[in-house]
Design a protein around this ligand. Structure first.
Ligand SMILES: NC(=O)c1ccc[n+]([C@@H]2O[C@H](COP(=O)([O-])OP(=O)(O)OC[C@H]3O[C@@H](n4cnc5c(N)ncnc54)[C@H](OP(=O)(O)O)[C@@H]3O)[C@@H](O)[C@H]2O)c1
Length: 344
């Protein structure tokens, strides 16, 4: 017997470590290489870094060239960053080795509008080297794009789509709370927003995928961010928020067609949130409303979306794809495969 999918894990941050823990539990995945630039991880076994309690027999290296060779893996699971220009060289190395990639990079999910030039270069590299490249995760990758698109399958006509995702940032990791500005003053929030940009990356990509798939041409995509302020002092496990300081963000992005919004995304990520939820509303024939109580939990959902994409990506044509180009992704039981057997 053998394992069905040989995997290189690229990036051992919070998500990469969760992926590594999930891989270690699966009979169908075999870890064959681990890359991360963090100096503290160099030379350690991936099992130690991912706190699995046993070695996985794979040493972490910061040198991707040592790992990324033709034929070494069926897929690279890439979890290092959100910015496509920043991760481009990493993706290029994978593709030049002819390796398929599934990445959590938000800007890779549907990069044709924001980073058209990089998208075309990645698509050409993938096709030339016979590899498939996919960006996915919970969001972008599922809640605000793939799931609403799937819902339109039962519509005869769609006029408008809105998606609302409300998260309780108080239950999330410290880096997440910092990312949404928890504990900052309004002035610090605005300064940081002007300098590095606060808020979720990916709404432009989600809106672009929806609009292109539905055949809607958009004049523009707007993206507005404002802080949510604490009405009373509160604390998370990591941070204190005095009354009047920032407890999270509210972000609204819209796709406008002939000046009026046809796609609206509302994302609220704050501490002490009442009624966390995901809500998809389709105005059309028939009108439809889908609500997920509590909201899809982000980190585990991202790990699942990554692993569940692998069978489709390995079987797909070469190129830069998005989830809509693949067979419907879903969970399935992981099984060992008879040595020499072909994949189902
Ligand atoms: N699409 C989605 O739904 C979704 C969901 C969750 C996360 N994400 C995104 O996925 C990415 C990973 O998430 P995370 O929470 O795990 O982030 P993270 O904690 O920042 O981890 C990133 C890891 O990658 C390493 N790294 C950075 N640049 C590298 C390079 N050039 N070569 C090798 N390793 C490199 C980092 O090392 P250093 O610490 O040394 O920099 C770190 O260990 C983030 O950009 C996140 O926004 C997307």
């Amino acid at each position: 017997v053998t394992r069905e999918f040989r995997v290189v894990q690229y990036g051992l941050g919070a998500i990469g470590r969760m992926v590594t823990r999930a891989l270690a539990e699966r009979p169908d995945f075999q870890l064959v290489g681990v890359i991360d630039s963090n100096p503290e991880f160099q030379g350690l076994d991936a099992g130690a870094v991912a706190e699995i309690g046993r070695p996985l027999g794979m040493t972490v290296t910061g040198d991707p060239q040592k790992v990324l060779r033709a034929g070494i893996a069926d897929v690279v699971l890439h979890c290092t960053g959100s910015s496509l220009p920043a991760v481009y060289p990493q993706l290029e190395l994978c593709l030049r080795a002819g390796l398929n990639v599934v990445s959590t990079c938000e800007e890779l999910f549907y990069p044709w509008r924001r980073h058209g030039d990089l998208a075309r270069r990645l698509a050409a590299l993938a096709e030339t080297h016979g590899a498939t490249l996919l960006g996915t995760g919970v969001n972008p990758g599922f809640v605000m794009d793939v799931l609403p698109l799937l819902v339109t399958n039962v519509c005869l006509n769609v006029e408008r789509i809105s998606v609302t995702r409300v998260l309780d940032a108080g239950t999330r990791r410290l880096p997440f709370q910092q990312k949404v500005g928890v504990g900052l003053s309004q002035g610090e929030f605005q300064r940081r927003h002007a300098e590095v940009g606060m808020g979720h990356v990916g709404l432009t990509e989600s809106i672009s995928l929806l609009a292109d798939s539905l055949g809607w041409s958009l004049d523009t995509i707007t993206n507005d961010i404002e802080p949510v302020l604490a009405e009373q002092s509160l604390s998370t496990q990591f941070l204190d928020v005095p009354e009047g300081q920032v407890k999270g963000i509210r972000q609204i992005a819209q796709g406008l067609s002939s000046g009026s919004p046809v796609i609206t995304m509302r994302l609220e990520m704050a501490v002490d949130t009442v009624d966390p939820r995901d809500v998809i509303e389709i105005e059309g024939t028939p009108p439809l409303r889908l609500r997920i109580d509590g909201g899809v939990p982000g980190d585990p959902a991202t790990v699942a979306a990554l692993l569940n994409a692998v069978p489709g990506v390995v079987a797909a044509r070469p190129g830069l794809l998005s989830p809509r180009d693949l067979p419907l992704p879903h969970w399935r039981v992981g099984k060992l495969m008879e040595a020499g057997a072909n994949r189902a």
